[in-house]
Design a protein around this ligand. Structure first.
Ligand code: DGL
Length: 262
């Protein structure tokens, strides 16, 4: 295999990164991919910074050992805690996620933005620095959604469950005009419709939804182009799935990949 056609490695704490992988596959169907879901250790979002760093390094080691040409940290939580360390450690492009707060603020035109992300992401210095740079002030309402990743990992993604979860989480955000919602965790992309329908109903709005996965995938493509690292094969690429959890997780990854509507 020529160097350019080496696979691109993706990792996440579990199923979340599949939403990013599918988006990348849609944009670059002739690339080869390896996905690593660290399902044994999900959720990352309720672990310490040090634990998330160690798990991210281990995932990086796994993918690097498979000979990938680039690593996509398909996880906002791992990015917040460990992206700088990963870039120091691995001598290949490391692409990461970031909650799409900037476009959400621009689109909200004075209204407020709800950011849904893991408890770790919304308290990490990297994310708080982003809010400061953007001058977000009190226009951004950060919601650390402990427990939501577990629901999604368990396939409990129906509207009643997700609405019930958000109802409990957002009771303190009352009488507020909400214009935009940021999906700040790659798992939540699987319940984007349910999130939007809840916010629209609860806040009498027609909110715009922003998800950083599109920007991440475009950045990946541009980075590979600029380094002349795109695979030039014309047939559809291969996707290989790995998990640190149960063998049955791979079946879940495959099904989510097939069903996910980019
Ligand atoms: N999917 C991940 C993210 O984007 C992390 C979820 C978790 O394990 O808590 O933040």
């Amino acid at each position: 295999m020529s160097d350019c056609c080496k696979p691109i490695g993706f990792f996440d704490s579990g199923v979340g990164g599949i939403s990013v992988l599918k988006t990348a596959y849609q944009l670059m169907p002739c690339e080869n991919y390896i996905y690593y879901g660290d399902s044994k250790n999900a959720p990352y979002g309720e672990k310490t910074e040090q634990e998330i760093k160690e798990l991210s390094l281990a995932a990086g080691r796994f993918l690097f050992g498979k000979g990938v040409k680039a690593i996509v940290m398909a996880c906002n939580t791992a990015t917040s805690a460990a992206v700088l360390m990963m870039r120091e450690k691995y001598n290949i492009p490391v692409i990461s996620m970031e909650p799409a707060v900037k476009p959400a603020l621009e689109a909200a035109k004075g209204g407020r933005v709800i950011v849904l992300a893991t408890p770790a992401t919304v308290t990490q210095a990297r994310y708080l620095g982003l809010l400061e740079r953007l001058g977000a002030g009190n226009r951004v309402i950060n919601i650390g959604c402990g427990g939501l990743v577990e629901l999604i990992e368990n396939g409990q993604t129906d509207e009643i469950t997700v609405h019930g979860y958000l109802e409990r989480k957002l009771t303190f955000v009352k009488d507020t005009q909400i214009d935009s919602v940021v999906i700040g965790c790659t798992h939540y992309s699987f319940v984007e419709n349910e999130i939007k329908s809840y916010i629209d109903k609860a806040y009498h709005t027609d909110c715009k939804v922003f998800d950083g996965r599109h920007g991440t995938v475009k950045h990946l493509r541009d980075m590979l182009d600029s380094l002349d690292m795109r695979c030039h094969q014309t047939n559809a690429g291969r996707i290989e799935y790995h998990t640190s959890g149960q063998a049955t997780d791979v079946g879940t990854f495959l099904k989510l990949f097939d069903d996910f509507d980019v």
